[in-house]
Ligand binder design. Structure first.
Ligand SMILES: Cc1ncc(COP(=O)(O)O)c(C=O)c1O
Ligand SMILES: N[C@@H](CCCC[NH3+])C(=O)O
Length: 414
């Protein structure tokens, strides 16, 4: 994580010591590096420089308006999965004509709004959704641009909860049923078929599953062309993994080069939907040790961040590094780093070798993706502040929720 580095024994975000941010803004706090987000996006942009297509950042990874605005200014498109994400992209200045709308359960109201603002296309995930979209388009008097998300039945070799391209997953139309669904889309006067989409999972650390899925989708593209349905683009989804611990995911450039090689002869535009690989290592979660508690079985460090701030360890047994902002003085021991939430599953890390003391500040690394966006108010805990560092500048891009925020708008019975 080059944008978060130790200098003189202290952890910095770009040019700012994280201790200073914790002192001024409190903990828990998500801190993002602008430079990191820009660099990752530009790596995709330069890999795709001579290739017509779109980089549609997956908003679910980190939907902070400042992050979206930064990406919009760099020319990004967006992959959204809800009406809420659509409004966030619009509020951040994103270009609707660069939005792809994914998700298995789009409501009629969400479809209508997306048609009103003119999204690039709907990634349709079932025959029933296609039918609904045709009705909504007809009632709005417009033609809806459609790309079918197909499920290629490929094992992405990732955690089962974030694998999406197997036939037992709920996502997409089974690839062998796709020709039939395409035929009905092509026959509708309210739909315009423009592409094909597939997304096989997240945190992929090998090229093979991407290319395997691509091969299967290209067979479909060719079969459709033979039946007179000519597609303009192929959307390969997101999913490129990052290093949390010792993973070695393919470089962005290598992934794009391998894909381009396979699609170049067909003159297709390439759409990608990266999320994690742009923002994961652009963020850390700062937290403070509230108490140390030694029991017969474990040493617990109870910190002020919890599963409501970062659900990934509880949900996927995900491992993210936890480091001190300034190294502790004592002997390192093994600690379970746990939060204040009343759940045994509320942990940020287990068996971490650290020299800890009460009041010490820690950073959970690689927390820029699926951190704040999966956070909740469970146990009526206010959500953390989000901060973006840009060189020397520190911007609070979403204030910490207050206890008052947590009760606003709710009414006791009259
Ligand atoms: C349809 C779709 N596109 C893109 C992404 C982004 O994935 P990642 O953050 O792994 O790049 C996801 C999440 O897995 C997704 O479901
Ligand atoms: N939320 C997941 C990724 C899921 C991607 C959404 N399809 C994670 O934190 O790793």
């Amino acid at each position: 994580m080059t944008d978060f580095s130790y200098r003189d024994g202290e952890l910095y975000a770009e040019e700012v010591p994280l201790q200073q941010i914790a002192a001024e803004h409190g903990t828990p706090a998500f801190v993002y590096s602008r430079a990191h987000i820009e660099r990752q996006y530009k790596e995709y942009a330069s890999a795709l420089a001579d290739q017509p297509g779109l980089i549609c950042y997956a908003v679910k990874a980190n939907s902070n308006l400042a992050v979206l605005n930064l990406l919009a200014r760099l020319g990004a498109g967006f992959d959204i999965v809800s009406g809420g994400e659509l409004e966030r992209v619009l509020a951040a200045g994103g270009d609707p004509s660069r939005i792809v709308f994914s998700g298995v359960g789009k409501t009629a109201a969400e479809m209508q709004r997306a048609l009103e603002v003119g999204v690039h296309c709907f990634n349709v995930e079932s025959a029933a959704e296609l039918e609904r979209l045709a009705h909504v388009a007809e009632s709005c008097g417009v033609v809806a641009p459609v790309s079918l998300r197909v499920n290629p039945d490929v094992d992405a070799q990732t955690h089962p909860y974030i694998s999406t391209g197997l036939k037992e997953n709920k996502f997409g139309v089974a690839i062998d049923q796709a020709p039939e669904v395409y035929a009905s889309a092509a026959a509708s006067p309210h739909l315009q078929v423009i592409g094909v989409d597939c997304h096989i999972g997240s945190q992929l650390t090998e090229l093979a599953p991407f290319l395997d899925a691509l091969d299967r989708v290209l067979l479909l593209v060719d079969a459709l062309a033979e039946s007179g349905i000519n597609l303009k683009h192929i959307d390969l989804g997101g999913g490129l993994g990052v290093r949390y611990r010792s993973e070695n995911p393919p470089a962005i450039g290598d992934l794009v080069a391998a894909v381009r090689d396979k699609i170049s002869a067909r003159g297709l535009q390439l759409v990608l939907e990266p999320g994690r690989s742009i923002v994961a290592n652009a963020g850390v979660l700062l937290t403070k040790v509230e108490f140390l508690k030694r029991t017969e079985a474990h040493n617990f460090a109870i910190v002020d961040a919890a599963m409501n701030d970062n659900l990934r360890p509880a949900l996927y047994q995900a491992w993210q590094d936890i480091v001190p902002l300034v190294p502790g003085h004592g002997q390192p021991e093994l600690w379970d780093i746990v939060g204040p939430v009343c759940e045994t599953g509320d942990f940020l890390g287990k068996n971490r070798e650290l020299a800890l003391e009460q009041g010490q500040l820690l950073a959970m690394l690689s927390a820029g993706a699926y951190g704040f966006t999966m956070s909740s108010n469970y146990n009526s805990r206010p959500r953390a502040v989000e901060i973006l560092v840009d060189g020397n500048a520190v911007h609070v891009v979403r204030p910490r929720e207050s206890f008052e925020d947590l009760v606003r708008g709710e009414q006791p019975l009259p």
